[in-house]
Design a protein around this ligand. Structure first.
Ligand code: URA
Length: 249
């Protein structure tokens, strides 16, 4: 578009919006997608309002979520994957969404990527029972596709409540979706990882997703990047850092 005609275009749009505003129209009709999202959000709020106070334990939150039907993933899931580990964990890992193995077993990170995460957890001196692991989405997206934004919108309040109940000292987000959801940003993981951010006052360390490490097995640098992120996590928790030399697997 030529500069002049672009200017004319903007002016006529502005004029049109002014006319609409003057005639009392102050918004556009909702798209079906937005409507569906609002209905789901209303449903979620209604579910959470059924008691006067928010759930105080993971068990009561899980009961409240019940047989969730807030989004279409409920129709293809085998199991809702709520989360696993210690309610009093100092450290919480947040992934993206269950895969096929997790969907089958109802437990987060039990497939191949889960094997890598378990190794990371052991390498920093924890067992899976000492920390807490969950995902942004509690149900598996078909064929492991990326989460849709309406799915994140309806499911992420559950994650937020899990974090409110656990009150961890540090959160580690695994990959783009968990990081962008909790930090409410569109920045790529490559720019966000390696330094602490704050999630409601809790230090949050973004790092690469174990599936990314699996897909890039040949690139050992990514493993070292994750290790250096974990070293910072240990330091934040005032825990000793185990020796690890480049060259060790
Ligand atoms: N990937 C995830 O993000 N979460 C899981 O639970 C498994 C694989």
């Amino acid at each position: 578009m030529e500069t002049l005609s672009r200017q004319t275009f903007y002016e006529s749009v502005r004029e049109y919006l002014r006319e609409l505003a003057e005639s009392g129209i102050d918004g556009l009709p909702e798209s079906d997608e937005t409507k569906e999202k609002n209905i789901n959000t209303d449903l979620f709020n209604a579910q959470m309002r059924t008691s006067d106070s928010p759930p105080e334990t993971l068990e009561s939150l899980r009961q409240k979520i019940g047989d969730c039907k807030l989004c279409t993933l409920s129709s293809s899931r085998k199991n809702l994957v709520f989360g696993a580990g210690n309610e009093k964990a100092r450290l919480v890992f947040v992934g993206e969404a269950p895969g096929a193995d997790e969907d089958r077993q109802g437990i987060p990170f039990v497939g191949e990527a889960g094997g890598i995460l378990t190794r990371i957890i052991r390498a920093i001196g924890f067992t899976r029972d000492e920390i807490y692991i969950c995902n942004v989405l509690k149900c598996r997206p078909p064929a492991n596709r990326n989460p849709h934004k309406e799915e994140i919108a309806s499911c992420s309040p559950f994650l937020i409540q899990q974090l409110e109940i656990i009150k961890p000292e540090v959160i580690v987000t695994l990959g783009t979706f968990a990081t962008q959801t909790l930090l409410n940003t569109k920045e790529p993981i490559s720019r966000l990882r390696g330094k602490f951010h704050l999630y409601h006052g809790i230090p949050l360390m973004p790092t690469f997703h174990p599936s990314f490490l699996l897909r890039n097995k040949g690139n050992k640098q990514y493993y070292w990047d994750v290790w250096s992120d974990m070293v910072q996590v240990l330091q934040k928790l005032n825990l000793p850092v185990p020796e690890k030399n480049q060259g060790q697997g």
